[in-house]
Design a protein around this ligand. Structure first.
Ligand code: HEM
Length: 485
């Protein structure tokens, strides 16, 4: 029952799951709302509680969130049974690792994925994006068929969007793309990634605190989904790496896998201790592939719900596209700065519905303080981005959907964007630029050519999240896409 001295205020610690019982009591489905309510109840911006045996601090306001995201002592990750068990029982990858291992692997992967266009302007990748988007529009215009995701003017989302993002990233990592006739295969992987995201949320759920419950409730605890979905994704990476090794040449690096294999050999030849390994390459692959096939497409699903519910906003986006680009060509990244309303729309979607509401949990790597409270080494530190995006003291009217809040009186984008959908600091989302660029390309091309509408005779979809997970999501939706006159 004991709380450390000067620990932030919060609910009591009960047997087995600690304060997790009370969190669930406040909101059984969405833990970020549970944390928000508890912070209000204890009248604190810095909430202290125990998730099982993990001392945990949750911050809810802009200043404290920025402190956590930028101070070096908060950049650790939490060692949890659920993160390692899926990846060879080792702490590997980028998202859930820390310290020197994470620094080296994050830096290396970002530097070399950039060589193939990740997170920057790169003609070859942009032309792939154009082809993939054109392919999506061809489907919607009836020039090709794929009844599983498009039929009689109705498209299934997020599945409609998967091929653009997955193929772009698969090109960077493995130098290949799935052709249209193999899109069902590609969708299989993206569904596995979504299954993983939904299997647990950022607290790790009860299974993180009491791993033994997996033996009694493998389905209900999320364990089965977690294990099977990751195994299927890993298998895809393992096969790609095996293929690359069989055709590897020292003289020519085709993609990120080749660059990584080369670096591994360099360390092996020098016989020096190294963080590079084939298993790490597999997990790095899935650490980029699973957000690339879930976060962006889930965000576009929210965007669809907003377009349907706010037809005037959609008309403004279309008018801006008509004036700046017309209808004879697709929008490109060069056009992005000239389409501030379209850009502001995406920012407002990401503020209003925070996709990763609690970000990914951080860990204090030394004893420190925060907001006047003592935080001991290994405390789990979470940032409630959802709470900040809904803070009336910061946003004035957070419940109102208003892209204009990101524009000045002249309709230009404000220089500073205070919203934090991708986090900030050293652990800033590694895919932010890729995500923003590709979401802009897909969304603007879609709205340029179609009007997104609800189903006649049916209630409009809500704009709120339906399902919990590491990211929150809407359920799959069939949306009506009406070709523009
Ligand atoms: C709308 C789309 C996305 C959102 C809202 C988003 C948001 C986030 C957030 C909040 C974090 C945690 C930051 C922290 O720990 O403080 C994160 C981490 C990460 N994201 Fe994203 N993300 C998105 C798309 C992507 C994409 C497309 C990729 C890769 C292609 C990606 C790769 C990563 C990686 C590798 C990390 C771990 C970074 C680290 O721990 O060093 N994300 N993302």
């Amino acid at each position: 029952k004991q709380r450390p001295p000067n620990f932030p205020p919060g609910p009591p610690r009960l047997p087995v799951w600690g304060s997790y019982w009370l969190l669930l009591l406040n909101n059984f489905k969405f833990t970020h709302i549970g944390f928000h309510k508890l912070a209000q109840k204890y009248n604190t911006k810095v909430l202290g509680l125990y998730l099982g045996s993990f001392p945990t601090v949750v911050v809810n306001d802009y200043e404290n969130i920025r402190e956590v995201l930028t101070r070096p002592e908060f950049q650790g990750r939490v060692k949890m049974f659920v993160t390692d068990v899926r990846t060879y029982n080792k702490n590997l990858g980028i998202i859930f690792t820390d310290d020197v291992f994470w620094e080296q692997q994050r830096r290396f992967s970002l530097r070399h994925m950039r060589d193939f266009g990740f997170g920057r302007r790169f003609a070859e990748l942009e032309s792939i994006a154009k082809e993939e988007i054109q392919d999506m529009l061809d489907l919607l215009n009836g020039r090709r068929e794929d009844k599983e995701i498009f039929s009689d003017g109705f498209a299934l989302v997020p599945d409609l969007f998967h091929s653009v993002f997955y193929n772009a990233l698969w090109f960077i990592i493995a130098g290949q793309r799935f052709p249209t006739k193999e899109h069902d295969k590609l969708r299989y992987f993206t569904r596995q990634a979504l299954r993983f995201q939904k299997s647990i949320d950022v607290t790790g759920n009860a299974i993180a605190q009491t791993p033994w419950i997996r033996h009694f409730a493998p389905y209900y605890s999320g364990y089965k989904d977690l294990m099977e979905s990751t195994a299927n994704l890993l298998k895809n990476m393992e096969e790609a790496v095996t293929e690359h090794k069989a055709t590897y040449s020292e003289d020519y690096t085709r993609d990120f896998i080749d660059v990584y294999l080369k670096e591994m050999k360099k360390h092996e030849n020098a016989q020096e201790p190294s963080t590079f390994s084939e298993e790490q390459l597999h997990v790095t692959g899935i650490d980029y592939l699973f957000p690339a096939s879930t976060t962006v497409t889930a965000t576009l699903n929210f965007a669809m719900a907003f377009l349907i519910n706010y037809p005037d906003v959609q008309t403004k986006m279309q008018e801006e596209l008509d004036v700046v680009i017309g209808r004879d060509r697709l929008p490109t990244l060069d056009d992005r700065t000239r389409l501030p309303y379209n850009e502001a729309f995406l920012r407002e979607v990401m503020r209003k519905e925070t996709l990763v509401p609690l970000s990914v949990a951080h860990r204090a790597i030394e004893d420190t303080e925060l907001g006047g409270y003592s935080i001991s080494k290994d405390t789990v530190v979470m940032v409630n981005l959802w709470s900040f995006h809904k803070d009336p003291n910061f946003w004035g009217d957070p419940e109102v959907f208003r892209p204009e809040r990101f524009l000045n009186a002249k309709g230009e984008l404000l220089k500073k964007d205070f919203s934090l959908p991708f986090g900030a600091g050293k652990r800033l989302c590694a895919g932010e630029t890729f995500a923003r660029q590709f979401m802009f390309l897909v969304l603007s091309a879609l709205v340029q050519n179609f009007t997104v509408k609800g189903t006649p005779g049916k209630a409009l979809p809500t704009t709120e999240a339906d399902l919990p997970g590491i990211i929150v999501t809407k359920k799959d939706m069939w949306i009506r896409l009406e070709p523009r006159a």
